[in-house]
Design a protein around this ligand. Structure first.
Ligand code: URA
Length: 193
């Protein structure tokens, strides 16, 4: 497939098409808005989380609460910034009480939005954060604790699963594990230059 020239415009059109998405039950469960994604449409690295929380739902931007601030720190420690990577979630609407999205919600949203976002951006590497986004790209049977730290592939794009920053807030000892995973991403990005 030919790379897309005006990726931002194509992403904007996709966002526009789904601003009032009614495709899954989350549409009527109190979401404020569809939280689409932020960052560079030409990013080499794309992070995919689970679903918006309270702050993200209010502001319309992924990863801006406590877990998001930790993700921002990790990105900056890699020598990158929120503006030079792309950040999104597998599920774009906030689940009530921040519960884990159901498989139906996850797969519906993935098939309508995430698959298209990935096809437009075509990052060099995808980093999935936590279980739902990892399962969405690698299959329902994977276990994050077993697959993290290794490269897999989705649509011929290397995928590195790692722990979710919210998990790191509860288990700070695992920050060093995630840092090992980020070092592998940095090495591979260099290799792919
Ligand atoms: N957790 C996520 O998975 N995504 C967000 O946007 C915020 C918190």
């Amino acid at each position: 497939m030919q790379p897309i020239k005006n990726k931002q415009a194509v992403l904007d059109a996709l966002h526009q098409k789904y601003t009032n998405c009614q495709a899954c039950p989350l549409a009527t469960m109190g979401r404020t808005q569809v939280v689409f994604g932020v960052g560079d449409p030409n990013a080499q690295l794309m992070f995919i989380g689970e679903a918006p929380g309270f702050n993200e739902d209010q502001k319309g931007e992924p990863f801006i609460g406590r877990a998001g601030q930790l993700l921002t720190k990790i990105i900056e420690a890699m020598g990158l910034s929120r503006q030079t990577v792309y950040i999104s979630n597998v599920v774009k609407c906030r689940p009530p009480n921040n519960r884990t999205p159901t498989t139906l919600e996850r797969e519906t949203c993935k098939n309508l939005l995430l698959v298209a976002q990935i096809a437009i951006i075509r990052p060099k590497i995808i980093c999935t954060l936590g279980s739902p986004s990892t399962k969405a790209l690698l299959g329902d049977d994977v276990q994050i604790s077993l697959v993290r730290g290794k490269f897999f592939e989705y649509q011929e794009i290397p995928v590195m699963p790692t722990f979710h920053p919210a998990y790191l807030l509860r288990n700070p000892i695992e920050k060093r594990t995630v840092w090992e995973d980020m070092k592998k991403i940095m090495e591979k990005l260099k290799e792919l230059e």
